[in-house]
Design a protein around this ligand. Structure first.
Ligand SMILES: [Ca+2]
Length: 186
């Protein structure tokens, strides 16, 4: 092998290596900005999930829950932001009558996508739903609306429709009136 040939090979090799290094460097520069833009795009961010017993922080939505359930808040923006939480009864259980309004702080940290848990709150709408008709198997049909301010003065509004079962009354330890169903202690 002549020394000229060896030099050509060596210089071509170093050009290829240089191009690879530059490409990897460009990719690693791009990667963090792609990730951040995906989790924290401009405007108001955030999503909500309905969580049944056993309560967890897995970002899944459970549309059938018992009388006690949680609303989990994920990926909201950082700031002095409180989400307004509204529950309303939904057909066939009732005609959109409001049940409960609440306020939950969700601005603890920057928007971090679907696994960025910002808050969780437990609810039981049994008393608010007592005036409505329960489906014998499904329970009560309820609509959740969450509105939260975020970056750039925008509002993120999210909806979830789900079924909740009223808490079952404790068993009667007396006599049940056959006409009214009321429990009388004997
Ligand atoms: Ca957040």
């Amino acid at each position: 092998m002549s020394s000229t040939f060896r030099n050509k090979r060596a210089s071509r090799g170093s050009i290829i290596t240089g191009a690879l290094v530059a490409g990897v460097a460009a990719l690693s520069l791009l990667a963090p900005s792609i990730g951040a833009a995906g989790n924290n795009p401009p405007g108001a961010n955030g999503t909500v999930k309905v969580d049944g017993v056993v309560f967890d922080t897995a970002p899944d939505n459970q549309p059938h829950v018992g009388c006690s359930f949680q609303v989990d808040f994920y990926g909201f923006d950082q700031g002095a932001y409180n989400a307004t939480v509204d529950f309303a009864v939904q057909p066939p259980s009732g005609k959109f009558a409001p049940l409960l309004t609440d306020s939950v702080f969700i601005g603890q940290d920057a928007a971090g996508g679907g696994t960025d848990l910002d808050a969780e709150r437990t609810y039981d709408l049994t008393s608010q739903l007592a005036a409505f008709d329960a489906h014998p198997k499904q329970g009560y049909h309820v609509k959740l609306t969450v509105s939260a301010p975020g970056a750039d003065g925008k509002i993120a509004t999210k909806h979830k429709v789900f079924w909740t079962n009223g808490c079952v009354a404790p068993p009667c330890d007396g006599e049940i009136d056959p006409y009214t169903g009321a429990c009388y202690k004997s």
